[in-house]
Design a protein around this ligand. Sequence first.
Ligand code: ACO
Length: 425
Amino acid sequence: MQKATLSLNGQTHELPLVVGTEGEVGIDIRKLRATTGAITLDPGYGNTGSCESAITFINGEEGILRYRGYGIEELTEKSSFLEVAYLLIEGELPTKAQLDRFRHRLTYHSLLHEDMKKFFEGFPPSAHPMSVLSTIIASLSAYYPENNDPADVELNIIRLIAKIKTIAAFAYKKSIGQPYIYPRNDLSYTGDFLHMMFAVPSETYEVDPLVENTLDKLLILHADHEQNCSTSTVRMVGSSGASLFAAISAGVSALSGPLHGGANQAVINMLERIRQDGANYRKYVEMAKDKESGFRLMGFGHRVYKNFDPRARVIKAAADQVLERLGVDDPLLDIAKQLERVALEDDYFIERKLYPNVDFYSGILYRAMGIPTNMFTVMFAMGRLPGWIAQWKEMHNDPNTRIYRPRQIYVGPNARPYVPIEARE
Ligand code: ACO
């Protein structure tokens, strides 16, 4: 077995290596503290593997992303979101019969318990749909309590994927004061979501196949991304034995931040700000380089990709076609392209290997499809759900899983006697 050698305080320690199927090398430090008394320090976990996983492979230097071995370019072209969801969760592409059954079950579990409508009513209209989404998902554990029976766990997985689109659409309808539109069993997964979002009782709503298809592709592109912030959150919460719903709800909360999934909304806000400022994108590139400004180019940079984010490539190519076919002329698309061009020629961005990420162009596509800005991160969550579930399931079924419990290097005061309040200054 290959080993790494660590020299510490004059002593040599051998640490085993773990090599992945794509040749990635990890130093196994599971016994480090027990044998040396030392721990590793890695704030932000940029060099820390938290698990071995067979779900998603990323090569950030080469811009590669594969789910269970299949490249996302091929999956977006030839597959469907439900097929990809099945692939991620079950490990293999479904047969026709398996996919039919999966689709049927997702269709017939899409209703929410009527009592749950009261939860939506309790939120102020200004509530961000991401807060509503995480709250309602957490509350599903009250309706569908979990035990460890694999059939129950599997049914809860189906329920969650089936209901997330209903929850998302209800959250939107609540925010604009329109009546909830119930799911329809004759529509596709994405078609049904669009219908629940945009139909009103007084009119017939026809799902636009182009919008349906584009949304399906966007969901595929977001479906998994190995151990990112929200997925690690799902695994961390799940490692305590908390329910699937609790773990996914925590993942939704983690995704909402502007440095993570919330970036797609932040990108549109930024592009809008630049447009209102006379489309002076050069000024904003300069601001992004100036640390004092506190401004970053949203939708740029990535912890793992030091090359083009392969998802951004697919989305950028789709954006031109879809906007043209939908007859949408969005000035923000031009600003985004100019911003990208200027940034990619600039030494600051070149040296730091900062490229557009998945969120840079996705918001422009969502806008063209009529999805409001405050729903962008919800769309991301809908897409990411199968990935979160697959990662949760992998962790749940792994006999070697231990509760996630990092350590720390304490830098606070040493032991000192309690000071009575009268003696404090
Ligand atoms: N604009 C300007 N400078 C940037 C940007 C940016 N968007 N991103 C990184 N940098 C700079 C940093 O200031 C730092 O510079 P320095 O070395 O001179 O100090 C260097 O590039 C490295 O950046 P870090 O923040 O250390 O990189 P990290 O891996 O921690 O962060 C992150 C990655 C959070 C994605 C960051 O690039 C960022 O904030 N981007 C904007 C937000 C965004 O688009 N998030 C979505 C990511 S994709 C997703 O979650 C789905």
